[in-house]
Design a protein around this ligand. Sequence first.
Ligand code: ACO
Length: 414
Amino acid sequence: MNTSHHPEQPSPNGQPNPNGAHPAEPHGLGSFPEPGGERRYAQIVGWGYHVPEKVITNRDLEQIVDTKDEWIRTRTGIEARHIAASPRETTATLGMKAARKALEVADIHPHQVDLIICATSSPEHIFPSTASIIQDGIGAVNAGAFDLSAACSGFVYGLAMARGQILAGDAEYVLVIGSETLSRIVDWTDRNTCVLFGDGAGAVLVAASDVPGGIMATELGSDGSGADLLTLPAGGSAIPASLETVSSGAHYIKMDGRAVFRFATRVMAEATRKVLDRAGVSVDDVDLIIPHQANIRIIQSSVVKQLRIPEDKVFINLQKYGNTSTASIPIALCEAIEAGKVQPGDNLVFVGFGAGLTWAAAAIKWSTPIEKPEATWWRNTQRQAAYQAAAARSMWKRAVRRVYSQVLAGREGE
Ligand code: ACO
């Protein structure tokens, strides 16, 4: 079994392991013993995000619906959002770009990935999974792939699944992606919802390691009695798509904003307390909270007020992106890293909530160096060749399948 993060060994990105100076292992949590007696941990070793180019500001929205920049800023904190304006920008293509960046940071080849989990509220289709399309696109030929539906909590649910696979010894590298093109399922005539959401993708690579730390504990929750509070009513098996569902707009997001707001402010603080308790970390020892970026007032009245966490320990970037659902936490993580707010040894909490109703939190002892490996000419060339090979392999397999079907059809016709 490959435990790639031994303190004496380089980390997967080829850099010295941060845990020469080990952060203390809190209560031996977050790990299962390996058969040889070594403990196993799930470390985030790569990260990346991608957002579409097109930006829609609050002022732009004033031209579309009866709203005001001032109302949106004061009630939500949002100033702009990125929108997938090109048909080539889809949940899968945004997710692929984020996933490639995460693999590059970790310096891991797509062939090494064992599992791809794509958390999304706006999948390309009910099936096949968006994760499978991403798997093909990045050439992760040895990976299993599935979509995870837990709305905006989905990315943290995905981290919990990745950690479980790794601690059980069933996977060495798991890509967890949050990717959305919510602009395609939002009713652009409904001011209650269209001002809130944005598109984008974020990804992390979770790796098996024997360095203490990583994803130490997770807390997942659901209250399906609130299923009707935030829903996309039609297009599934309960209300299949029909002329009537399309003409009544039942294939767009419907939300009781006030009820979701009340629920969110309650569960964010509770889930954070629970996950910290499980990880053996006190609220005072948290270095950074990365909450789901839905509404600044939800963040202020939950993590800031109820948990009394100073605002400089709460990462917020919703003003630029709006609510990107499953992508919001990984995008925020990447920007927090870029801003130098994440350092080896730090205690982080990711906490989210969403439709379902669902909530989820993860406590992380960050143990990975944050410097990117130097992208040499040779490494970049290898990567480009791997991506082109993935595209060629996919086209070849499709062509072979087509020819094979034609040959079979010809034989049956004889
Ligand atoms: N512009 C101007 N006025 C508006 C707008 C708008 N864009 N949207 C609503 N209003 C109006 C309402 O119609 C209402 O008018 P009324 O009093 O005449 O009826 C008034 O503003 C106040 O409405 P409230 O609902 O009380 O406003 P509130 O302060 O609660 O803010 C909001 C609304 C922003 C939707 C808030 O409730 C919220 O953020 N809720 C949580 C939503 C959320 O996070 N959803 C995502 C969950 S994650 C997932 O799974 C996708």
